[in-house]
Design a protein around this ligand. Structure first.
Ligand SMILES: Cc1cc2nc3c(=O)[nH]c(=O)nc-3n(C[C@H](O)[C@H](O)[C@H](O)COP(=O)(O)OP(=O)(O)OC[C@H]3O[C@@H](n4cnc5c(N)ncnc54)[C@H](O)[C@@H]3O)c2cc1C
Length: 400
């Protein structure tokens, strides 16, 4: 086996860090020299700080992936919020109506459906794992250029340093520098929506339930936090998101109590707020010789089912598995046939999820009466569909 392949991972978000942690944990890690670069400063997390604005619903399958790389226990020891139930309803109905979709962990013989975790905590847990591993972590290090030199890539940093890589992994998010530097095009599906995010204290207990109300302007997700508060992700028009950003706390509480149809009673604003533009995009290719894209650099999807970070975690695990078996077979990790195995493993699955989320968002934001009636009938049918319902929930849980 040839020694000393240089792997440069660009992006220290959840996906890039998970890939690095997976690579250092593998049997053939000694054959790799791993550098992770991020343009931003190293993220810091402390349990004494208030819950950060960005949280993600982490599926059980993703928690298992994080556990396999030694990062999950720290998340559990800090402040993950397990959710045991999910309730999804149409704005014309109520959470207790016959068309509402209710899922309970007990029904699927699992202790919880997933966990609500701060993105910062996930990064912190992965960084703690990497701090004791043989990998170079370089924060506050934006890339200036990326050029192919023979079979390798030369990565030049803003501070003038240069690295030569056998494989560059673009884990640098939806506006990936790596993706555009190597000329990989994306297909885009604009949603004309923005996601408004904040934390609130509900009048009624959240009951460890993830709530989602499908409204004509977009879905409103209400995620349970461990301290009794909820984190709201409201996909709405950019104008409404703009109004929500500017409203005072009392007005914002009213807007969100109405938008949630008082499912948890009055909501009182209790945290920071922010808004993110929404749109789906998918890279035409995930790989080129010496290049691989993972996470949001490869695909960005609607947050309505909380799957974006979960897909990135699965990409990271799949790429690490492909590289491990290539090294075991004495193959070069930057070879196209090797990387194509990763692309084949993930691109179709990600496309299915992306189009499903885009379709679901359209299905609920349509103003057609006929579609609304078919939708209601479909939800009722889904509730009685046994195996289909079970398959859908297992897919959301990230387990087979
Ligand atoms: C409102 C909202 C709610 C969401 N909720 C959920 C949820 O509940 N569950 C879920 O699974 N997903 C959720 N998502 C999606 C999820 O947040 C993303 O899919 C996930 O964070 C993507 O992680 P990533 O590491 O691939 O990219 P990013 O988090 O974007 O990380 C990219 C990293 O690359 C770095 N970088 C960028 N450019 C450069 C450069 N030129 N040089 C060096 N470094 C660079 C950045 O600093 C950053 O650290 C949500 C998204 C939104 C908008």
């Amino acid at each position: 086996m040839r020694q000393g392949f240089e792997i440069v991972i660009v992006g220290g978000g959840i996906t890039g860090l998970t890939l690095a942690a997976s690579l250092v944990a593998m049997k053939h890690a000694g054959a790799l020299s791993i550098t992770l670069l991020d343009a931003a400063p190293r993220p810091s997390f402390s349990v004494v700080d208030d819950v950060a604005l960005r949280v993600s619903a982490i599926a059980t399958g993703s928690a298992q992936l994080l556990d396999a790389v030694g990062a999950w226990q720290h998340v559990l020891d800090s402040r993950a919020s397990a959710y045991e139930r999910m309730c999804v309803w149409d704005e014309n109905d109520t959470p207790t109506s016959g068309t509402a979709l209710n899922f309970d962990a007990a029904e699927f013989a699992v202790p919880q459906l997933g966990f609500i975790v701060e993105n910062l905590l996930l990064q912190d847990a992965l960084l703690r794992r990497l701090d004791s591993a043989d990998a170079t972590l370089d924060f506050s290090s934006p890339i200036r250029s990326l050029r192919q030199v023979g079979r390798r890539y030369r990565v030049e940093l803003e501070d003038g340093r240069k690295l030569l890589a056998d494989l560059v992994v673009g884990a640098d998010g939806a506006r990936s520098f790596v993706r555009s530097a190597v000329g990989i095009e994306t297909r885009k599906w604009p949603y004309g929506q923005a996601a408004f995010v904040t934390h609130l204290m509900p009048e009624h207990a959240h009951e460890a339930t993830a709530w989602q109300r499908f409204r004509a302007d977009g879905p409103l997700g209400i995620l349970p936090l461990a301290d009794g508060r909820v984190s709201v992700v409201w996909s709405t028009t950019p104008e409404t998101a703009g109004r929500a950003l500017k409203a005072d706390d009392a007005e914002l509480g009213r807007m969100l109590s109405v938008a949630s149809d008082y499912a948890l009673g009055e909501l009182t604003v209790s945290g920071p707020r922010g808004a993110f533009p929404l749109g789906a995009q998918h890279a035409q290719h995930y790989v080129l010789p010496g290049i691989a894209l993972v996470g949001d650099a490869a695909h960005a999807i609607h947050p309505l089912a909380g799957q974006g970070a979960n897909l990135g975690l699965q990409d990271a695990a799949a790429l690490a598995a492909v590289l491990e078996s290539a090294l075991a077979d004495g193959l070069h990790p930057g070879d196209r046939p090797v990387l194509r195995r990763y692309e084949r493993a993930r691109k179709g699955a990600n496309a299915t999820m992306l189009h499903f989320m885009t379709g679901l968002n359209r299905l609920f934001t349509t103003d057609s009466r006929l579609v609304a009636e078919l939708r209601t009938a479909g939800m009722r049918l889904f509730n009685h569909s046994g195996p289909i319902r079970e398959r859908a929930v297992k897919a959301a849980l990230g387990v087979r």
